[in-house]
Design a binder for this molecule. Structure first.
Ligand code: NDP
Ligand code: MG
Length: 393
């Protein structure tokens, strides 16, 4: 029996995680479940799993949570500090499934417990990779990657002989606009952008998958997690999303991990690691799939690939700035304040005006993140026509 806390239990990854652990109640005991404000989903999951604690990050939702859980012995709490506190309850396994860099502090709190932390939440690794990895080493925490590509690499990568790895090949579905021209992408709506051809995911990562910022963030994530030179991590478009990534060794052997496009496979791999556990999906039917296609990515139509590669190579604060600006731009696009192509333009603009020193501590990263957000918000205002160009710093 292992205890588990799910940070972001009401989202796409959180729901998939609950689905798996609820199938094996003799194997997992839930300590805490957290959400932002989806009280109905959180309360229902807390009751089903007999969680010890349910937490909403938005304090304004706490009263509703209390009434939804009235008559149970589930402890309720609200606010950002309460989410961080939930991460310190000592769970054997913590699933980091909050969306965005807002998940950084809870993840760091979980790491300090020195147990297993599963990372779906990729933004903290992008923005604060060094800080996160140093904390994991210091406190003896085990980090397991749930992101499907990184989980695939983790399964194929010979950690004892990283120098024998020639390349890591990250696969990318290409998103819903893989074959669209830049002109066609100009008028993309939020509805079109969140309709991913292969995966069902939260809104933010769906937009990231359409701009290919998701693959760019994953490039940085891979560089953090696997000790290989940055230029030996390549991206290849693979529209079927059957091969989740590959590792190429010096002898010419290429190991790939395959599976259905369902996050429950990589999540189950992390939950049971180093053992395995069953998932309910049908076995992969290669004959029905028929063929696997590959193509080169196009950095002209998808500037996110260039911006993320540059941020990775320059290092320092660049990945944190890129991530923060992207989070703001995606939210603005979803709110219909800017167009689809302006997401990358705002990230580019924010990177070109802000040059802070490399962050060395968690506090430094949070300060860079906050400042990059406010610059990106001004860029949104300018592009949205609400501000005059002169007022943009
Ligand atoms: P969702 O948007 O579906 O879920 C996000 C979760 O975070 C919800 O539980 C939400 O609560 C909670 N949350 C939102 N804002 C806050 C906040 N300010 N404070 C605390 N909690 C908050 O996202 P996904 O599940 O799609 O993605 C989660 C993470 O996993 C992301 O980093 C994503 O990049 C990564 N990932 C996702 C994949 C997928 O297939 N979905 C695949 C690989 C990685 P509420 O419901 O109350 O709003
Ligand atoms: Mg992924």
């Amino acid at each position: 029996m292992k205890t588990i806390t799910i940070l972001g239990a009401t989202g796409s990854i959180g729901t998939s995680t609950l689905d798996l652990i609820e199938r094996e109640p003799e194997r997992f005991e839930v300590l805490a479940l957290t959400a932002n404000c989806d009280v109905a989903r959180l309360a229902a999951a807390a009751i089903r799993t007999r969680a010890k604690r349910a937490v909403v990050a938005d304090e304004g939702c706490l009263a509703d949570l209390r009434s939804a859980l009235a008559g149970t012995d589930i402890k309720c709490a609200g606010g950002r500090a309460a989410v961080i506190e939930a991460a310190t309850m000592g769970a054997d396994i913590t699933m980091g499934a909050i969306v965005g860099c807002i998940g950084l502090e809870p993840v760091m709190a979980a790491i300090q417990g020195g147990k297993t932390v599963i990372l779906a939440n990729k933004e903290p690794l992008v923005s604060a990779g060094d800080v996160v990895l140093a904390a994991a080493a210091k406190y003896g925490a085990t980090l397991l990657p749930a992101d499907s590509e990184h989980n695939a690499i983790f399964q194929c990568f010979d950690a004892a002989r990283p120098e024998r790895v020639r390349r890591i090949i990250l696969t990318c579905s290409g998103g819903p606009f893989r074959t669209w021209s830049t002109a066609e992408m100009r008028s993309v709506t939020p509805e079109q952008a969140v309709a991913h051809p292969n995966w069902s995911m939260g809104a933010k990562i769906s937009v990231d998958s359409a701009t290919l910022f998701n693959k760019g963030l994953e490039l940085i994530e891979a560089a953090r997690l696997f000790p290989v030179p940055h230029d030996s991590i390549e991206i290849v478009i693979h529209p079927q999303s059957v091969i989740h990534s590959l590792v190429d060794y010096v002898d010419g052997s290429v190991l790939a991990q395959m599976g259905p496009p369902d996050m429950r496979t990589p999540i189950a791999h992390c939950l049971a690691w180093p053992d395995r556990m069953a998932t309910p999906m049908a076995p992969l039917d290669l004959v029905a799939i028929g063929r696997l296609d590959f193509e080169a990515p196009d950095p002209e139509r998808f500037p996110a690939l260039r911006l993320t590669r540059e941020a990775l190579n320059m290092g320092g604060a660049r990945p944190a700035i890129l991530n923060a600006a992207n989070e703001i731009a995606v939210a603005a696009f979803l709110a219909r304040e800017i167009g689809f192509l302006e997401i990358a333009a705002i990230v580019d603009d924010t990177l070109s005006v802000y040059h802070p020193a490399a962050p060395g501590t968690l506090g430094d990263v949070l300060a860079v993140d906050a400042e990059a957000r406010s610059i990106a918000r001004r860029q949104v205002g300018y592009r949205n026509g609400a501000l005059m160009k002169d007022s943009v710093v």
